[in-house]
Design a protein around this ligand. Structure first.
Ligand code: NOJ
Length: 688
């Protein structure tokens, strides 16, 4: 049943529209048994989706290169006060489309993204009353598949409450999965990844990364989550992953009204782990930018009054250790200006932190500073010095309180030239009982993003909803947390982040999008505390210092922090790498990688000729020979190497960094030695 596919040059911006009626499937088809399944293949022909009706149920399956990936899996919904949309279905029609366009990102891991797919859209009708209709659109790319439901406006389906989405992924292979549990009462997405056969998983978050027994890599995730509940996955012994949506306080999953469209369900497919990144399936499945002018959006590195609170040398609340004082902030602004940082994050500047701030949901003001913080004066001082303040908005899940103040606060920030905010959602539920990843909160996050865009404000979200590619539509959605970041090392919580952590993050959380991990802690053993007793193994960073540098290249973020206290950078030659490293890239190549073991990434500076290379390992020492064949042929380069010192070890000797220079070209093969828990960072610049 496959249709001819238009193949257009990658640069072609206009999509080729081929809406074709599929003769074999018509409203007059005799019955479900008579309907041949429909197929759609990716432009390279390797990924194939098959859709059809079996015993009145709608099923799809996915193959890659002739190998079964997803066995026939059910599609449909259950509703409150209405029969499920699941049985007695018939295919009514189908249309096809092919698109090949290349679009430019305002910032990102790559400057240009090719959006190249074949689409099959099937129309489905319920044969008995109430005779409801819906469509499922499948887009088949060379790097995976996306599909979503569309519920058209119709008398038999107007407003509705989804109590269950019946989508399944019946995996052909009991692949090894790297996962974090969903709906954990206190951690949101901030958990260490486990790994086990996919048939044994509890309810887990997406992205869910899996490796089949024959080495294929599959990531299940979603794209364009706008007005719906977050999708989690629950597995069964027979390898069926069922979609489980995060519920409202009343148990409903999604409130909607036709016409309605769901987020895309995505399956990224890659032959090797290293082909999972950079991942563009999600952004391709989001609508283009709605901003006419994105020139005010500028990726940048930043410092902040932040780590001090986490290691107890400062407080968010008022008192003798208050971090956000005018004098302290001026010191950070001076440090930022002197070292080329674009922003200074200030936490604890606004009223509401005193007492147990995590319980202060209704008490935060987002406009009133503490008396020892001269908001207007500091914003002006920062502007004079070519630096921007980053305003912190911790809500403690007081959503109504935040939304009430949103317009006033963002107007104030805009007037003061504050171009970025960091929001925070510590807490599991809103006061009204809405879950962190449910439809209510998904709506809230979009509301904040839209308000921020109106006021020319870039957004960095902590305790966010997962990234589903919305940065394409709202390029002011810069970065977010949504995983265990550096702060866990300061708290020593659950032992901090183990040395393998970032080598897992790269292939799991990072496939969704940028992360505000906050690398760059130089005081690895965290000596600079106020003397509060800390068990030595509990509060420290579990990497070498060179690995902290490499994380700037490996973990992508358009806002990257130099997390440590300024005094810990003073006089440290390795700090030069943090000053130099860009946060916006022309292209990205993953040179080596195994989930949970190691990653080596090379990235070319956006609009420049410099390349940067970051290599990280888990607790094992490793040596790699890395050809620099990605460099421009015939051009002479200098590699500035920041390597683990000879006996460096994350536990016993994390600090030594050997800094050296060597000539390099596209014909050079670099030997890269990584200490246990170590890393290497390299700037490769044209010679002369
Ligand atoms: C948790 C965030 O991850 C952290 O960055 C922030 O400092 C605190 N919440 C306070 O908002």
């Amino acid at each position: 049943m496959s249709m001819p596919v238009h193949s257009l040059p990658a640069t072609c911006r206009a999509a080729a529209r081929l809406a074709l009626a599929v003769a074999a499937v018509s409203a007059t088809a005799a019955g479900a048994g008579a309907q041949a399944p429909l197929r759609a293949a990716s432009p390279d022909g390797r990924n194939v989706v098959t859709v059809g009706v079996q015993d009145g149920g709608l099923f799809y399956s996915v193959e890659r290169g002739g190998r079964k990936i997803v066995l026939p899996s059910r599609l449909g919904f259950e509703f409150r006060d209405a029969p499920p949309l699941r049985d007695g279905l018939a295919l009514e029609g189908a249309s096809r489309d092919s698109v090949d366009e290349t679009w430019e990102q305002p910032w990102g891991e790559v400057a240009r993204v090719r959006n190249h797919y074949n689409e099959l859209r099937v129309s489905v009708v319920e044969r008995a009353l109430p005779g409801r209709r819906f469509e499922v659109a499948f887009r088949v790319f060379d790097d995976g598949v996306g599909f979503r439901y569309q519920l058209p406006r119709q008398p038999a389906l107007q407003s509705f409450v989804i109590t269950d989405e019946l989508t399944e992924f019946h995996m052909a292979n009991d692949a090894r999965a790297w996962w974090i549990p969903a709906n954990d009462p206190t951690h949101r997405y901030e958990l260490l990844y486990g790994s086990s056969p996919m048939s044994t998983l509890p309810e887990v978050h997406t992205p869910l990364t899996m490796e089949t027994h024959d080495g294929l890599h599959v990531v299940i995730h979603e794209a364009n989550l706008v007005d719906y509940a977050a999708m989690n996955l629950t597995s069964s012994r027979d390898r069926r992953l069922r979609v489980t949506l995060t519920a409202w306080a009343d148990g409903a999953k999604v409130y909607g009204r036709t016409p309605f469209v769901t987020p895309w369900r995505t399956l990224q497919l890659a032959d090797r782990a290293r082909d999972l990144a950079p991942s563009v399936l999600g952004v391709n499945l989001n609508p283009p930018s709605v901003l006419d002018d994105a020139s005010w959006i500028r990726p940048m590195k930043y410092v902040g009054i932040w780590w001090g609170m986490h290691i107890n040398t400062m407080t968010w609340g008022s008192g003798p250790k208050h971090g956000a004082t005018t004098a302290n902030t001026r010191r950070y602004i001076d440090f930022a200006a002197g070292n080329g940082f674009g922003g200074v994050l200030v936490e604890g500047w606004n009223e509401g932190w005193d007492g147990d701030w995590a319980a202060n949901a209704e008490r935060f003001s987002f406009t009133r500073p503490y008396p020892d913080y001269d908001l207007e004066g500091l914003a002006a001082y920062a502007r004079e010095r070519g630096v921007g303040l980053i305003a912190h908005n911790e809500t403690s899940m007081g959503i109504a309180n935040y939304e009430r103040q949103l317009e006033e606060a963002f107007s104030l920030y805009e007037r003061l030239g504050i171009r970025a905010i960091k929001t925070g959602y510590v807490g599991d539920r809103t006061k009204e009982g809405h879950a962190h990843h449910g439809q209510y909160m998904v709506r809230h996050w979009r509301k904040v993003l839209e308000a921020a865009a109106r006021h020319h404000i870039m957004v960095d979200v902590h305790e966010p909803i997962k990234d589903t590619g919305e940065r394409r539509t709202y390029p002011n959605m810069m970065t977010r947390e949504g995983a265990r970041g550096q702060e866990y090392n300061a708290w020593g919580a659950e032992g901090g982040n183990p040395p393998e952590h970032e080598t897992i993050l790269f292939f799991t959380r990072m496939v969704a999008g940028p992360m505000d991990f906050t690398p760059g802690v130089f005081d690895i053993r965290i000596a600079s505390t106020d003397g509060t007793p800390r068990p030595p193994e509990a509060a420290r960073v579990r990497t070498t210092l060179a690995k902290q540098l490499a994380l700037y290249v490996v973990l992508y973020s358009p806002l990257h922090m130099a997390a440590d206290l300024p005094e810990n950078y003073e006089g440290k030659p390795a700090f030069r790498f943090i000053r130099d490293v860009p946060v916006d890239w022309e292209q990205t190549r993953v040179l080596e990688g195994r989930i949970g073991d190691y990653v080596i990434v090379a990235r070319q500076e956006r609009g420049g000729s410099d390349w940067y290379l970051g290599a990280i390992t888990d607790e094992e020492a490793r040596t790699f020979d890395v050809p620099l064949s990605f460099l421009e042929p015939g051009r002479a380069y200098v590699a500035e190497v920041y390597a683990d010192g000879a006996d460096a070890h994350w536990l016993t000797d994390p600090l030594p960094v050997d800094i050296s220079e060597q000539a390099a070209s596209a014909r050079t093969t670099l030997r890269i030695r990584l200490a246990p828990g170590g890393g290497q960072a390299i700037r490769i610049r044209p010679a002369g």
